[in-house]
Design a protein around this ligand. Structure first.
Ligand code: GLN
Length: 253
């Protein structure tokens, strides 16, 4: 494969500020799983300020952050990153956005104090924070493509309640936990190449099937949609452990 074709690039949005509850584990998982397939995997930091190379990014990662960190990145997201991010996504790049990052990609994020941050509208969602925080393990039955297993596991810690518009479909249905808003049973969203979710954990080490979905989708724009299978026995054992912990057998409360 030519050098460029063999390259796999992860663009990490605001690694210094939007990176809580172990979210950096998602970066490590994407890089390792690409490397194990013989790709030349690298991550580029896309912090505040001028960003170069966004057009070469295969998968963007936008992690979680509290309201304070969201406010600190907000202007840069709107004024500097929005345009190249939209162009990259239109050109087939993929985005994984978790919690605070997920919220800012929508139409707006409104804090519990009523402060509203207009989002970049990359996904058809809106978020309004309430007084109640949703904290705990989450188990999701996903309808995404033909993922096996069909569950996703993680944990959530957010006050934002996200509601999907017609342009976005849910990443799945909540079996355990609150998900998008603790009311409509949905978790996360999928819209084109963008996957938003409330699942921290970090998410991808215990959900290797989702990691491969993101890698495969990003590489498909370069005609490289097949990924060699990996031995995911350890990752899936961790997945099963969370499933077991989150939904004790009936009668075991
Ligand atoms: N500040 C946002 C909220 O509380 C996002 C938190 C997070 O990223 N975990 O909903």
């Amino acid at each position: 494969m030519t050098k460029k074709k063999n390259r796999f690039t992860v663009g990490w949005l605001y690694p210094d500020l939007m990176n809580i509850y172990g979210d950096r584990g998602n970066i490590l998982t994407l890089l390792k799983r690409a490397e194990w397939r013989g790709l030349d995997a690298r991550a580029i930091d896309l912090g505040r300020g001028a960003a170069h190379g966004m057009e070469d990014v295969d998968v963007f990662f936008f992690g979680g952050g509290q309201d304070r960190e969201q406010a600190l990145v907000y202007d840069d997201l709107i004024e500097i990153k929005q345009e190249p991010l939209e162009a990259a996504v239109a050109n087939g790049s993929v985005v994984l956005a978790v919690c605070g990052g997920y919220q800012l990609l929508g139409h707006y994020y409104q804090t519990a104090e009523g402060e509203r941050f207009p989002g970049i509208g990359l996904i058809d969602v809106r978020t309004e924070a309430g007084k109640k925080r949703f904290i705990g393990d989450v188990v999701v039955d996903t309808t995404l493509e033909d993922l096996k297993p069909t569950t996703l596991v993680g944990f959530e810690n957010h006050s934002g309640r996200t509601f999907l518009g017609a342009g976005a479909r849910a990443l799945g249905r909540v079996r355990v936990g609150s998900g998008n808003n603790g009311g409509d049973g949905t978790e996360g969203c999928v819209q084109g190449g963008v996957v938003g979710t409330y699942l921290h954990g970090s998410l991808l080490p215990k959900n290797p099937h989702l990691a491969d979905y993101l890698i495969r989708r990003a590489l498909s724009r370069r005609g490289m949609a097949e990924l060699a299978p990996l031995d995911d026995s350890i990752e899936l054992a961790a997945h099963a452990k969370i499933l077991e912990r989150a939904q004790p057998r009936a009668g075991e409360r």
